[in-house]
Every structure is written in structure tokens, then in C-alpha cells.
Design a protein around this ligand. Structure first.
Ligand code: HEC
Ligand code: HEC
Ligand code: HEC
Ligand code: HEC
Ligand code: HEC
Length: 508
């Protein structure tokens, strides 16, 4: 076990007078300089306690997936179906497990303050005793840790600086990462974000980049609404990425001035995704095939997609036209003349060229399984890699991108005519239809949920439209034949490419 502690508890800010207790408990702003009485353990574990003085962090967090982690109906359905005791709640409601309030079956009965990944859970992390499955060790004296070594007076809780809670250090990635990395009960490495990050150049200090540097945008502000205060770098706690809350979240609570934030979450996730993948499309005139290169530019701290990769489905929709007619299509989800829908996004897809990024899960007998806790092994990965540390023995480590030809070169086909227009869309569905269907079929998931699962089309700078005369056209040699290709890119073209594996790799 790799037990690491990076803490220095600062001298306790001592409790002052009863008047300060009232100040902390009742008035949201403007408590004077007097040090208030220390909050009790029960008060500390309730995020609403923190809202009084840290309303911005509370507001961001309240609409986040961290707050939603135990409310998520897909989580509840999977947890019920998996029936693995507290294994799942260790990360989705870690305080409930650590306070011995659950056996894994009573989520509905748990009190709001112990559901989800809460303020108290993250801020009381004292050390990290492993690399996966939430090995985080919490302080036993109710100390709260943060990124500042010089706290101002007036906090009703113990304060300590910790590198584990300071986004400017790569050590802080150990705290996030050891929860963002799952080995299931069969030992299959079903979520690998931390392992992926550790293999990138971003894990190497001092030039590295922590999870928080990309996921917690900083701005200037006061940490607490109490006086005195100090303007510092404060951090967004919304953690938008892929999953979205279904139904009003957080639920409206007029008493606590809480309103749903679904739209803000969706907008932030879409904006983040729009900058994630850069695309280059080239037409090779000798083969009359298209080459699409996808480069993971913004999520370079790990692969893309990451995390819940067993559930994620990413695919490319590419349509080529000549004189206004479709001459070729791949990855379309509706029938086009001559090009039937690519659905289902599995080996059985009728689309032989489909570029599909997903994990393939197998049980111990080598049969494909759908649900990540049933997996004993995971097939070859085909995510877009992050900025990997270079390994001279493995040339693939030099590439953060992948290339695929349309039609697929392995079938040596060419386009039936020379295209004059090609459109490309990258799609991401948070949870595959096969997974959702399985949960509905077993009666664990309400059938109204699947249509509400997050689905994205990467737009903005991620949208690509190719014509031979587009303003951004450039010419580049085909890395193998040297033929001069006509290309359009949403960023910068890099040519040291490998072909992707075909989608049919889930077949035994
Ligand atoms: C009565 C007001 C008050 C309440 C309630 C309160 N805090 Fe604080 N907190 C403060 C003050 C004041 C500071 C110091 C701010 C500074 O140094 O700029 C602070 C600092 C912090 C820091 C930064 C520590 C550091 O040095 O980096 C964290 C983290 C924190 N609080 C978490 C919490 C959490 C979690 C809760 C709820 C359990 C909470 N606070 C409740 C007033 C409060
Ligand atoms: C997933 C873990 C996590 C959760 C949950 C979390 N925080 Fe934080 N918080 C952090 C990290 C990490 C930082 C430091 C970020 C940095 O230095 O880049 C931080 C910083 C802070 C700070 C210092 C000021 C700032 O914004 O940087 C305060 C205060 C704070 N959090 C309060 C809260 C409160 C209140 C909640 C709950 C409503 C909460 N946090 C929930 C991880 C978390
Ligand atoms: C207790 C374990 C735990 C810790 C510590 C933790 N997370 Fe999470 N995180 C989760 C869980 C569980 C979810 C997903 C909840 C859901 O979707 O049901 C999540 C969700 C997220 C998401 C949203 C993912 C998506 O697809 O929408 C991001 C981004 C994220 N975490 C980043 C971080 C960062 C950065 C840190 C460190 C500052 C951190 N997390 C610390 C457990 C944790
Ligand atoms: C260089 C910046 C960068 C770093 C470092 C980074 N991320 Fe990310 N992360 C991204 C981007 C960009 C995305 C994709 C945007 C999206 O999903 O909306 C992403 C996506 C994610 C997702 C959602 C993935 C999915 O497909 O479900 C999680 C969870 C996550 N990151 C957690 C982490 C954790 C934990 C760390 C540290 C171990 C980390 N990230 C480090 C930029 C970064
Ligand atoms: C080691 C911590 C950990 C454990 C254990 C864990 N999760 Fe998660 N879970 C996470 C994190 C982190 C995310 C966010 C990943 C992302 O967004 O890419 C997540 C996301 C999810 C999601 C939303 C994304 C998706 O997959 O569709 C569901 C549902 C979920 N987990 C279910 C479960 C179930 C069921 C179990 C138990 C069989 C479980 N989790 C065990 C950490 C954990």
C-alpha cells in the first residue's frame, strides 16, 4: 500500500462566543471577525451547513454529478441489479458507507446529506492508500483540508492545507483518481481514468496537470462570505463532463433557495465536449478513399472517452455527396438509400465501416457481457489516447490520435464517385442502448429513463465540413503512398497515424 499524507494542520482557530454560533448558524453573510464556535460532526457532513459561508461552491456542487451520484436512476437500477452490497455506494455515497448507514439496499431511505460525493467527503481526505476503488483515508478529527496555507480568521471548522486538495499539485490527482478508477469484484479494470492519467506526460511534476486544473475552472473571489476575507483563486465545483441529471436537479427547495440547474449542466458539458476532439478529413485521389483523423486535444490528461467507458458509445457519422446525391455513408442512425442505419452499435451492426469507440466486456468463459460488474476481462481498448509518456519500444505511444479510412481499406473498396462534399459528426451517447435495454428488461429501470440519457453531437470547433474548395483546404502527403491529399481540419493536422481496429472486435 502506498500511503501518502501531505498535510500540515494549521493551529486551530478557536471557538469564541455564543454570539458567533448564532452568526454561523443564522446569518448568511457579514459575520464579523470573531471566530465562531466549531461545527459539530453532524453539521459538518451536511452540505447545507457549508452553503452559509461558501454559497458559490455549494451552488456549483448542488447541480453536479457528485451531488447526484446516488440519485441517478441508472445508478439505482444498476446497484439493485448488481446486488454487490456497499461496493457501489463506496463511491456514490461514501459518507453513508463510512458512517455505517447502509448495506447498499436502502438508498431511498438515506438522508440527503449522506448521498453523493459531498463537501465533507472530499475536504476531509487525509491520505490516499491505493490507486483504485476509493482507498481514501479521512481525517478522524473533523479537519477540513483545502488549497490555502494562510486561512483568514472566522471559520467554524478546523482548516489544514493539503497537497491532495491543492489543484496546482499533481498529488491532488491521486485523491480524484483513486475514486475515478474501478476494478470490479472480478478484478476487471472497468474504469481507468487514473491509470490513463498516470501514463500521460501530465502526471509528471512539475510541468504536469492535475484533474482539477482541467476540471475546476479558477476565478478570483472571496472563499467565504464572512469578514475579514481575502481575494484568492476560487474554483468551480460543477464538474460538467458527460452525464446529465434526469428530471429537476437539484430538486427545488424554496426554504434553502435551491433551484434546478439542469440547463447550465447541459450547456457546460456540451461546450467542454465541443473543444475535446479535433478532426482532419483528407481525400486520397489515388485510392478515392477518405481518411479521417481524430485527435484528443483537450482531454489529453486521459483517453477519450474515459471513466464509464464500458457504458459510453462514441461513433462517427460520415456522409459523402456528389452533385447533391449521397454516394457513401457510415454511422448514420436512420436509413439512407443504399446505406441502412448503423444501429445497433454492436458487432451485429449492418455497417461494415462503422467507427465505434466502446469497451468490449467478456465473462470468464470469454462470452460477451453487457454490464460492467459482470466483466472478467476487457477487450482491446480503442479510445483516443491522451498525451502518453513516450516509450521507444511502443510506437503507438507517440500518438494522441487515430485514423480510419472510409470505405475501410481492409476491403480495398473506393468511393463510387469523387465526392464534392463530405460531412462528419462525432456522436456520444452516455450509456449504450444495449445496457439500458438490459436494465429495462430485468425490471430494474423505468422505461421512461432511456430516452432521457445524455446524447451529444460534438459541434462548435468539433464540426467538420469538407469540400475541395472550402476556405480552410490544404494539401498533405498520404503517410504511406505519398499521394497528395486534399484535406480540411478543425485544428492542426498530424500525420503519424495508425488505422483503428474495426468495430467487429467484440467477436470472440
Ligand atoms: C461560518 C462560515 C463558514 C462555514 C459555515 C463553513 N466555512 Fe469553510 N471557511 C470559512 C472561512 C472564513 C474560511 C477561510 C477563508 C480564507 O482563508 O480565505 C474557510 C475555508 C474553507 C476551506 C479552505 C481551506 C484552506 O485553507 O484551503 C474549505 C475547503 C472549507 N472552508 C470548507 C468548508 C466546508 C466543507 C464547510 C461545510 C462543512 C464549511 N467550510 C463551512 C468559513 C466557513
Ligand atoms: C470532488 C471533490 C470535492 C467536492 C465534492 C467538493 N470540493 Fe471543494 N474543493 C475541491 C478541490 C480539489 C479544491 C481545490 C481546487 C484547486 O486548488 O484547484 C476545492 C476547493 C474548495 C474551497 C476553497 C476555495 C476554492 O473554491 O478553491 C472551498 C471553500 C470548498 N472547496 C468548499 C466546498 C464545499 C462547500 C463543497 C460542497 C458544497 C465542496 N467544496 C465540495 C474538491 C471538492
Ligand atoms: C468518492 C469518490 C470520488 C472522488 C474523490 C471524486 N469523484 Fe468525481 N465522481 C465520482 C462519482 C461516483 C461520479 C459519477 C456520479 C454519477 O454520474 O452517478 C463522479 C463524477 C465526476 C465527473 C463527471 C463525469 C461525467 O461523466 O459527467 C467529473 C468530471 C469528476 N467526477 C471529476 C472529479 C475530480 C476532478 C475529482 C477530484 C477533485 C473527483 N471527481 C473526485 C466519484 C468521485
Ligand atoms: C488536460 C486536461 C485534463 C486533465 C489533466 C484531466 N481531464 Fe478529465 N477531461 C478533460 C476533457 C477535455 C474531457 C472531455 C470533456 C467532456 O467529457 O465533457 C474530460 C473528461 C473527463 C471525464 C468524463 C469522461 C467520460 O467519457 O465519461 C471524467 C470522469 C474525467 N475527465 C475525470 C478526470 C480525472 C479524475 C482526472 C485526473 C486523474 C482528469 N479528468 C484529468 C480534460 C482533462
Ligand atoms: C471506485 C469508485 C466507484 C465504484 C466502486 C463505483 N462507481 Fe460508478 N462511477 C464512479 C465514477 C468516478 C463515475 C464517473 C465516471 C465517468 O463519468 O466517466 C461513475 C459513474 C457511474 C454511473 C454513471 C455513468 C454510467 O456508467 O452510465 C453509473 C450508472 C454508475 N457509476 C454505477 C455504478 C454501479 C452500479 C456500481 C457498482 C456495481 C458503481 N458505479 C461502482 C465511481 C465508482
Amino acid at each position: 500500500m502506498n500511503v501518502r499524507a501531505h498535510l500540515k494542520i494549521l493551529p486551530l482557530v478557536r471557538a469564541a462566543a455564543a454570539v458567533a454560533v448564532a452568526c454561523a448558524a443564522l446569518t448568511p453573510v457579514g459575520c464579523g471577525g470573531a471566530s465562531p464556535a466549531q461545527l459539530t460532526h453532524d453539521q459538518l457532513i451536511d452540505p447545507l451547513t457549508c452553503k452559509t459561508c461558501h454559497p458559490t461552491q455549494y451552488q456549483d456542487w448542488a447541480g453536479s454529478m457528485h451531488a447526484y451520484a446516488a440519485d441517478d436512476p441508472v445508478f439505482q437500477a444498476m446497484n439493485q441489479r448488481a446486488a454487490v452490497g456497499t461496493f457501489c455506494l463506496n463511491c456514490h455515497a461514501p459518507i453513508a458507507v463510512r458512517e455505517s448507514l447502509t448495506d447498499g439496499t436502502n438508498i431511498g431511505a438515506l438522508a440527503r446529506p449522506v448521498k453523493g460525493v459531498t463537501c465533507y467527503f472530499c475536504h476531509s481526505i487525509e491520505s490516499v492508500a491505493g490507486t483504485h476503488n476509493d482507498p481514501l483515508v479521512l481525517a478522524t478529527d473533523d479537519s477540513l483540508f483545502g488549497p490555502f496555507g494562510d486561512p483568514v480568521a472566522g471559520s467554524p471548522h478546523r482548516i489544514g492545507y493539503s497537497r491532495l486538495l491543492d489543484g496546482t499539485t499533481t498529488d491532488s490527482a491521486d485523491a480524484c483518481g483513486s475514486c475515478h478508477d474501478i476494478q470490479n469484484l472480478q478484478g476487471a479494470h472497468v474504469e481507468r481514468t487514473f491509470e490513463e492519467w498516470q501514463a500521460t506526460t501530465l502526471a509528471i511534476p512539475p510541468a504536469g496537470e492535475s484533474c482539477a486544473q482541467c476540471h475546476m475552472v479558477a476565478s478570483d473571489g472571496a472563499v467565504s462570505t464572512t469578514a475579514p476575507n481575502k481575494i484568492r483563486r476560487v474554483h468551480n465545483h460543477g464538474f460538467p463532463a458527460v452525464d446529465l441529471a434526469i428530471g429537476d436537479f437539484p430538486p427545488t427547495d424554496p426554504q434553502n433557495d435551491v433551484t434546478p440547474q439542469n440547463l447550465a449542466q447541459k450547456t457546460a458539458a456540451q461546450a467542454f465536449l465541443d473543444t475535446t476532439v479535433q478532426q482532419t478529413l483528407c481525400l486520397n485521389p489515388d485510392t478515392n478513399r477518405l481518411q479521417l483523423t481524430l485527435d484528443n486535444v483537450a482531454a489529453s490528461g486521459h483517453s477519450w472517452p474515459s471513466g464509464a467507458t464500458p457504458d459510453r458509445r462514441v461513433w462517427v457519422e460520415l456522409t459523402a455527396y456528389a452533385a447533391g446525391a449521397v454516394i457513401y455513408a457510415s454511422g448514420n442512425t436512420v436509413d439512407l438509400p443504399g446505406f441502412p442505419s448503423a444501429l445497433p452499435l454492436e458487432d451485429s451492426s449492418p455497417d461494415p465501416d462503422l467507427w465505434l469507440i466502446r469497451d468490449c466486456l467478456f465473462d470468464s468463459s470469454g462470452n460477451q457481457v453487457t454490464l460492467f460488474w459482470e466483466a472478467a476481462t476487457i477487450g482491446a481498448r480503442n479510445q483516443l489516447p491522451g498525451l502518453l509518456v513516450q516509450n521507444v519500444n511502443d510506437p503507438s505511444t507517440y500518438q494522441t490520435h487515430m485514423m480510419k479510412e472510409f470505405p475501410d481499406a481492409s476491403r480495398t473498396a473506393s468511393l463510387p464517385a469523387t465526392p464534392d462534399h463530405v460531412t462528419v459528426s462525432i456522436h456520444l451517447q452516455a450509456i449504450g442502448d444495449d445496457v439500458l435495454d438490459s436494465l429495462v428488461a430485468s425490471g430494474d429501470l423505468d422505461p421512461s429513463i432511456p430516452p432521457q440519457i445524455a446524447r451529444y453531437q460534438l459541434g462548435g470547433s468539433g464540426a467538420l465540413d469538407w469540400t475541395p474548395t472550402a476556405p480552410k483546404v490544404f494539401h498533405a502527403p498520404d503517410p504511406t503512398s505519398g499521394a497528395v491529399m486534399t484535406c480540411v481540419t478543425t485544428g492542426t493536422y498530424k500525420s503519424n497515424t495508425t488505422l483503428t481496429t474495426s468495430h467487429a472486435r467484440c467477436k470472440p
